[in-house]
Design a protein around this ligand. Structure first.
Ligand code: HEC
Length: 148
């Protein structure tokens, strides 16, 4: 049956079909490439070493000097349960995303004057991308977040 249909197709139609199939197969690879360009969670885990003296993520994360950061991407500042924030960070009501985290980490006082977080030191833009991808990989309960 398939062969009969194939035989009736012109070479040009067959080439077009092959091209469509190739495009279909390659599309996910191209999108995967974009995700990596946005940030690599595995590399971000290494960058998170700079935060770990004060912050935890993952299923067993607790509030330390700083609040636990599970689900922090998309979270409003000052809302981790059980953590006592500075009035400044609560009042700021910042929604944490790539850009707000990048700005806060680079200059905490510039983003929320009066915050108790001190700058962990300068991070390269690629480090920030990777760090945010790593943080985004944790849901609010510390489990693996569905891929974004
Ligand atoms: C020396 C300790 C320390 C280090 C290191 C540190 N932080 Fe913090 N961080 C804090 C404290 C304390 C707060 C809470 C500040 C407040 O209440 O004003 C905080 C708050 C935050 C918040 C806001 C969380 C919320 O729930 O609103 C984010 C986001 C954050 N830190 C990210 C980072 C990242 C990313 C790093 C590493 C690059 C880092 N921090 C390194 C101490 C630290």
């Amino acid at each position: 049956m398939m062969n009969e249909i194939d035989a009736r197709r012109s070479p040009r139609e067959r080439r077009r079909a092959a091209f469509c199939l190739a495009a279909l197969l390659l599309a996910p690879l191209i999108f995967a490439g974009t995700a990596v360009a946005d940030g690599d969670p595995a590399a971000g885990k290494r960058v998170f070493a700079r935060c770990q003296s004060c912050h935890q993520v993952g299923p067993k994360a607790r509030n330390l000097v700083g609040p636990e950061l599970n689900g922090v991407v998309g979270r409003t500042s000052g809302t981790a349960p059980g953590y006592t924030y500075s009035p400044a960070l609560k009042a700021a009501a910042i929604v944490w995303d790539h850009d707000t985290i990048a700005a806060f980490v680079a200059n905490p006082q510039g983003v929320a004057r009066g915050t108790r977080m001190t700058s962990p030191g300068p991070l390269r833009p690629a480090d920030v991308d990777n760090l945010v991808a790593y943080l985004a990989s944790f849901a609010a309960d510390g489990s693996a977040a569905p891929a974004r």
